[in-house]
Design a protein around this ligand. Structure first.
Ligand SMILES: [Zn+2]
Length: 158
């Protein structure tokens, strides 16, 4: 526990700390709590398979979540399996048009023969290549679900 008083400044277990050391200690403690909370969450198996630890997500320092990749990472929105579970498609058909599974993120990104173009082989660690593949795949799914959809107003890199 980090303490502060006006005469001694910052200290940890009685030892003086610089502000830089205190920040590092706070960060480490926060990350540890975050990891514990993440490990306890059981309702997002797909997301956990992509990011088994908070640290595995934080490795992607330049990644900013966006409309497209968030759908792939959370298994929500465009996937027919998700839409059907929310009563948002009329025919309630969860099947992927390929005929080999339920249209959910895991199927589309890892197994579906319709989305093999640029699919990474190794999914043991999510990289920027995986995120680009996720984005392209979700865009294709949007185009399938919304035939009049166009990306003309969306940045190609977003
Ligand atoms: Zn499929």
């Amino acid at each position: 526990m980090i303490n502060y008083d006006e005469s001694n400044g910052l200290e940890h277990n009685g030892a003086p700390l610089t502000l830089k050391e205190a920040r590092a200690c706070w960060r480490e403690n926060t990350l540890q709590k975050w990891e514990e909370e993440w490990a306890k969450m059981g309702n997002s198996q797909w997301t956990h398979s992509l990011f088994p630890t908070v640290g595995s997500r934080l490795k992607l320092r330049n990644y900013t979540p966006n409309f497209w990749t968030t759908q792939a990472i959370t298994n929500h929105s465009v996937f027919r399996g998700y839409l059907a579970s929310r009563g948002r498609i009329i025919d309630e058909d969860k099947s992927c048009p390929c005929g080999f599974g339920t249209e959910m993120a895991e199927h589309c990104l890892l197994e579906c023969p319709s989305f093999t173009d640029g699919r990474p082989m190794d999914w043991s660690e999510v990289t920027n290549d995986h995120l680009q593949y996720m984005r392209r795949t979700v865009v294709k799914l949007w185009e399938i679900e919304n035939p009049h959809f166009t990306l003309r107003n969306v940045s190609k890199e977003e």
